[in-house]
Design a protein around this ligand. Structure first.
Ligand code: GDP
Ligand code: CA
Length: 331
């Protein structure tokens, strides 16, 4: 295999791709050439404008993680970060105070915003930013269009009993601690895949759904008109790794958004939600964690090859072993 394409969110996807690359380059992923090209199609539905700056959390998490600029403790933003700008903005009482931009990170958003305002599409801006970070993958935004995930939450003060907040407000300000009642992806129907995205899926030797959020990361990528069809019809095998381990997400808030769309929070239910390519879904194979072995039979019954292996991305070697198992399942 020479060409591998991964549909990624932020932390889960980026951590997986770092391990995948480590495994490929060290020859630890059987059937994949050591010089294989990896393309990451990243979710952009988390993006937001804040203090006049365009912020793309998932693109940046992938870029910083693979470019070795990530803060390893937080899992987002820059290492050795300082927060003077945030403190100064708070001193002015400028909202939103809940979304923290670090001083180093702000430089990325300044460059991006200036380029967007000069007329460059997000895909070209991303390529330009990656010239500095050299992530070792081709990093493609799922779309150049504005697509935003909003979350409906209960609000007794509203006539409808509901209020809609931007995904980042739900995640960062509300810490996903109130139930998500619905997920609304604004602008998605009118969006088109970013340059190179459909080709990356159609021309791949393998397509991977990493352990990213199935609703607000992989789900929003697949929801861009044309992308799901490219995944269902590509000649490449498509394999996924469960982001749900032992009936809960490891970190993040997959639990809340799966519940909002009526999908049970188990590794097996997520596989059935994605569906078998045999029946028009997106999966040929699905890996679950060893502690979810009892789900394997039901996933196989749904027409998806399935195996149970350790799925905790504790270090790059453990993650590379997950990648090797994923390839082995469908190759
Ligand atoms: P985000 O955009 O930063 O939320 O990142 P992603 O959507 O790419 O991935 C988030 C998901 O990764 C979480 O909801 C978890 O379910 C999953 N996750 C995080 N760490 C691990 C891990 O070590 N193993 C597995 N299997 N899943 C993980
Ligand atoms: Ca995200």
């Amino acid at each position: 295999m020479q060409k591998i394409s991964v549909l990624s969110g932020g932390m889960g996807g980026a951590t997986f791709v770092r391990g995948l690359l480590h495994g490929i380059r060290s020859g630890a992923v059987p059937r994949v050439a050591r010089d294989a090209e990896v393309t990451v199609v990243a979710n952009t539905a988390d993006d937001l404008w804040v203090h006049g700056l365009k912020v793309c959390p998932d693109l940046d998490t992938v870029m910083y993680t693979l470019g070795d600029g990530i803060d390893p403790e937080r899992g987002w933003g820059r290492r050795d970060e300082t927060w003077s700008t945030k403190e100064e903005l708070a001193a002015y009482g400028v909202e939103p105070t809940w979304f923290g931009l670090g001083d180093r990170d702000i430089a990325t958003h300044l460059v991006r915003t200036q380029m967007l305002e000069a007329g460059y599409p997000l895909s070209e801006v991303t390529t330009a930013l990656c010239r500095r970070w050299q992530p070792g993958v081709r990093l493609l935004p799922m779309t150049d269009d504005r697509v935003e995930t909003h979350i409906a939450i209960a609000d007794p003060d509203e006539p409808s009993g509901r209020r809609v907040v931007h995904f980042q407000e739900y995640w960062v300000r509300l810490r996903a601690q109130v139930p998500a009642e619905a997920v609304v992806v604004v602008g998605q129907e009118a969006s088109t895949p970013g340059p190179g995205v459909l080709e990356a899926i159609r021309d791949a030797d393998l397509v991977v759904l990493p352990p990213s959020n199935p609703v607000v990361s992989v789900g929003t990528i697949l929801g861009v008109p044309g992308i799901r069809e490219a995944v269902t019809t590509t000649a490449a095998p498509v394999v996924g790794l469960s982001p749900i381990v032992g009936d809960t997400h490891v970190r993040g808030m997959a639990h809340q958004v799966l519940t909002a769309i009526g999908v049970e929070v188990t590794a097996g239910a997520v596989a059935r939600h994605y569906g078998s390519r045999r029946d028009g879904g997106v999966l040929d194979g699905w890996l679950v964690d060893t502690r979810d072995e009892h789900h394997v039979a039901a996933v196989r019954d749904a027409g998806i090859a399935c195996a149970a292996v350790p799925l905790m991305m504790s270090d790059v070697d453990a993650t590379a072993a997950m990648a090797a198992a994923a390839v082995g399942l469908v190759a």
